[in-house]
Design a protein around this ligand. Structure first.
Ligand code: SIN
Length: 332
């Protein structure tokens, strides 16, 4: 007998939960005002789609421009706990659009979930004349309830994007997200999902199943990784300040296929000599930087600079854990 499983709805804030004192206004609002349980109650059709029920939990309530590593860690722990529950079909997370792509890549990297974890947002506040949040929320639940879905996904304006490629590409329009030249993974059409291509980019890692989340230290112990941009007229000033600050890693938002201004290159070589790990990502918003085989620094495997920062951060945490493990083994 088929028994419908439940959907977990985690609230983090964003415009989807935003309100304006001016009835119907689409700008000049405050994000993260309405509780996620209230957003759920405003869309009765969700309960028709999620026949196993919906469990709503508020994880944070913030404008995503202010997202922190501590909130990411809390969110990942909530996800890990619910994903391990055999009664849970999938997770929907309400989130602001501004840093959604970063949270998506972080969660994909640490969870690589076999079940769908769907990030859902809105470009207009809940009090707008025609808010886009309710439809996006319903669509996200449709995807979370879809048996063929897996991995961390973003659903907005009827499009489904994968965590690796998705980026916010427009500051205003309703379909603000893009997967660049690969296009969306699929679409939500009248409560059903149509995949455009294989879900390989978000398929689970064999060994993951939350292992990485359990290994993560508290957020105040995470390494410091910053982004600098290579641009015309760039100086060594920012890199020098980062060296003085003692950061652990620097991601360079490089030009084109990973090229770096000669002034910045000299500063980065200096940084590397002081033990800072340098990684290169491209400023280009389309395509995937293959990098040159003789490149001076490791490339970020085609990730955007903000996602490359997350990958380097997690690699450095892994290195720290491995070093602590080796030290422990040597003492025994
Ligand atoms: C936010 O990112 O929290 C505010 C902007 C938005 O959700 O569109």
């Amino acid at each position: 007998m088929f028994v419908a499983k439940k959907i977990v709805l985690l609230g983090t804030g964003g415009t989807i939960a935003g309100t304006s004192p001016v009835a119907g206004a689409g700008t000049g609002y405050t994000a993260a005002q309405i509780a996620v349980a209230e957003l759920l109650d405003a869309v009765p059709a969700i309960r028709e789609v999620a026949r196993g029920g919906v469990l709503a939990e508020q994880v944070s309530q913030l404008d995503s421009k202010d997202m922190t590593h501590a909130v990411w860690l809390r969110l990942a722990r909530h996800c890990e706990q619910h994903l391990a529950d055999p009664e849970v079909q999938g997770i929907v997370i309400t989130h602001g659009t501004d840093t959604l792509e970063e949270t998506a890549w972080f969660l994909q990297s640490v969870l690589a979930p076999a079940k769908p974890v769907v990030l859902c947002s809105a470009m207009r506040p809940a009090t707008a004349m025609t808010p886009d949040g309710p439809q996006n929320l319903l669509d996200a639940v449709v995807v979370a309830a879809e048996p063929t879905a897996c991995g961390v996904l973003c659903v907005a304006a009827g499009e489904i994007h994968g965590a690796r490629e998705v980026r916010k590409a427009h500051p205003l329009r309703l379909n603000a997200f893009s997967s660049g030249d690969v296009g969306p993974l699929g679409w939500v059409e009248e409560r059903s999902v149509r995949w455009a291509r294989d879900l390989a980019p978000v398929r689970p890692h064999e060994s993951s199943a939350g292992q990485m989340v359990r290994g993560l230290p508290e957020a105040d112990l995470w390494p410091q990784v910053e982004i600098v941009m290579s641009h015309a007229g760039v100086s060594h000033a920012l890199v020098k300040a980062l060296v003085d600050q003692g950061v652990d890693g620097i991601v360079v938002a490089a030009t084109g296929n990973g090229t770096v201004h000669e002034e910045l290159e000299k500063a980065l070589e200096e940084a590397e000599r002081s033990g800072i790990v340098v990684r290169i990502a491209s400023r280009c918003t389309e395509g995937r930087m293959p990098g040159a085989p003789d490149a001076r620094w490791a490339s970020a495997n085609g990730l955007s600079p903000v996602k490359a920062r997350i990958s380097l951060l997690l690699d450095l945490i892994d290195d720290d854990l491995a070093a602590a493990h080796d030290e422990g083994a040597a003492v025994e």
